[in-house]
Design a protein around this ligand. Sequence first.
Ligand SMILES: Nc1ncnc2c1ncn2[C@@H]1O[C@H](COP(=O)(O)OS(=O)(=O)O)[C@@H](OP(=O)(O)O)[C@H]1O
Ligand SMILES: [Mg+2]
Ligand SMILES: [Mg+2]
Ligand SMILES: [Mg+2]
Length: 385
Amino acid sequence: MSLNCLRFVSHSLKKPPSFHLSYLPSSSSSSSSTVIVAMSYSKELAAAKKAASLAARLCQKVQKALLQSDVQSKNDKSPVTVADYGSQALVSFVLQQEIPADFSLVAEEDSKDLRKDGAQETVERITKLVNDSITSDGSYNVTLSTEDVLKAIDSGRSEGGSQGRHWVLDPIDGTKGFLRGDQYAIALALLDGGKVVLGVLACPNLPLTSISAAGQLSPDNEVGCLFFAEVGGGTYMQPLDGSSAVKVQVTAVENPEEASFFESYEAAHSMHDLSSLIAQKLGVKAPPVRIDSQAKYGALSRGDGAIYLRFPHKGYREKIWDHAAGCIVVTEAGGVVTDAAGKPLDFSRGKYLDLDTGIIVTNQKLMPLLFNAVRESIKEKAASL
Ligand SMILES: Nc1ncnc2c1ncn2[C@@H]1O[C@H](COP(=O)(O)OS(=O)(=O)O)[C@@H](OP(=O)(O)O)[C@H]1O
Ligand SMILES: [Mg+2]
Ligand SMILES: [Mg+2]
Ligand SMILES: [Mg+2]
């Protein structure tokens, strides 16, 4: 194997950049030759952090108003919808401003319902939220029209895939948590050639210190975390208010008796009975920690818990925006993310993840034990049906 070329992409970062080495087939006539491309995604990462942080502020504002209002019932989805759409429009706008070339976004929401009769007032509310966010940031001297906002939302209609670069966005992950005033996340990742190369998770309600039972609460119970990871560069966490970042690592726990596990808050999203069977087989003593959204991946990346188990009910198809950012945040912190057959998640097949039964996440040491417990438990559960 010969090394034909080494290309470094320019960057601007205070922190030393990380480079991801990828082997590409050479275009030279020799079929055995290979090109090594050293990629840095620091410009894209900076744009993603900016977009997710601004969207987090927009969501915080809407959640605060929602919780203060005693008129809106908890089942009223409209404020959530406004925040989902606003977050998606804002992230799309910021990314297109910062990285205009070959823009492609795979995102959860679209403007179909907003273009129906009677939605004009909602669209105006979203537009005001987005413009207020742009104004308060101060870096872009523009005001978006309602049509600009609808177009920004619809720019998330890309199908993704294994070729080229695609942003992947969940503008609010954990909608139900958002409604309850609990955890939610703005989850943004970048795919390059079908692989996740960077991820950002803004978790506005996640405490800055550990949420594990043994963890110390920060003095003022401060909340608001921004996790970010670039392939080959590790995972970092910083407060959403912008103060400095620290490198994070998954837990080093090797004994399952000392491990704790995360799962969905909503039982409709994951089979809690299967998780408890797995935990029992492993010898896990602590009760499950149930929190909403990809905040689970963030918390796991800094060692708050050791395991994340997710087993959707039969027929549910996982979407890439529910896992792309979380996956790289955990793997760059030293963790392992696979499906229930032990295969890495494949983000290259469009909007959906094509996986076996569920998703399991833990550190390298615990994975073999966890994997065996998962296989046995799935078999046992099937036999009992
Ligand atoms: N039936 C079913 N099974 C599995 N997963 C589902 C299901 N329905 C929805 N979803 C997706 O779950 C996302 C929320 O993530 P979590 O399950 O981790 O959080 S929660 O505890 O439910 O709040 C949630 O993301 P958001 O829609 O962005 O909130 C959904 O994409
Ligand atoms: Mg989601
Ligand atoms: Mg969502
Ligand atoms: Mg949703």
